[in-house]
Design a protein around this ligand. Sequence first.
Ligand code: BGC
Length: 351
Amino acid sequence: MKKIFALALCAVMMLSVLAGCGGKNDAPADNTPAQNEPAATPDATPDAAPEAGGTIGVCIYQFTDAFMTTYRNALQEILEGKGYTVTVVDGANDQAKQNEQINTFITQGVDALIINPVMTSAADQIISTVKNANIPTVLINREPTAEQMAVYDKLVYVGCDAAQSGTFQGELILETPNGGDINGDGKISYIMVQGDPENIDAQLRTEYSVKALTDAGKEVEELNLTRGDWMRERGQEIVANDLAQFGAQVEVVFCNNDDMAIGALQSIQAAGRKVNEDIYLVGVDALDAALNEVSNGNMTGTVLNDAVGQATAAVEQMEALLGGKTFASGEQSVYVDYVKVTPDNVADFMG
Ligand code: BGC
């Protein structure tokens, strides 16, 4: 992951140097957007290279989120490497606060916005705000519906197809020597540790991880499903409770993300269980901590949620918008592929 990240950044920075871009700005990592800088003049020709040096506002739903930390750092590096003046703000998981931040950026006259909404359900409101202000906007990580996006043609979503990550989690279990049925009773008994259920990534990973098993003809038994809101401590608590309640019945622990899986692992180990021997554990994201655990055999696998790839695509789409591109309805989602990570290929993702 680190290696891929470093290579991607090098490539981006070399391109910036070749293009003669400069003006790197140290954006404050707090909630106070910096004073406005002179804006670049957007090129009216679709797909033409825009001038570097514009001001970009980036809204992140919550800085304490482990995955979004990798993502926002990548975004900031790429944008600054291209000579943009960037301010990244923390929505602190509070939609009202994020709405104010968006309005502040608009008042300051930023050239473009990149927004990771706090609530998917706030998409209509966010979209109408940026549309009224006529600001080119890239939404990331929390996907609205095609109908919601269709009202504004200077809007695009960059993310991943969440169903794919769920399918890959199910496949990771099917690929184990006993296909997830450790006790040989003919069914796969699992617990599901869900992210924030308002988020489509949480909904689809929950659904498609199990669907991969049933599509393969397996019988499944859900022992428990609990929301862990993407947080490590919640993963730890939930799995500690479930193991106390269901004990050896638990064969598989599905976590909608790696941070919760790392928490789950602590409880699995505290209960004296051994991953890949008497229990399986899978996550999503390929955080560095999870890659280490996959490599040590303490996680069955994870799924790369490519933060650098998505940050790169978000900036590409932002530049297309700044170059005058508009998006037809039904064509406003740009997806980056997930990748299955197992002990066999984990080294490819580690620094
Ligand atoms: C990631 C989670 C993260 C969430 C935030 C998901 O795509 O897998 O780790 O907490 O996005 O919205």
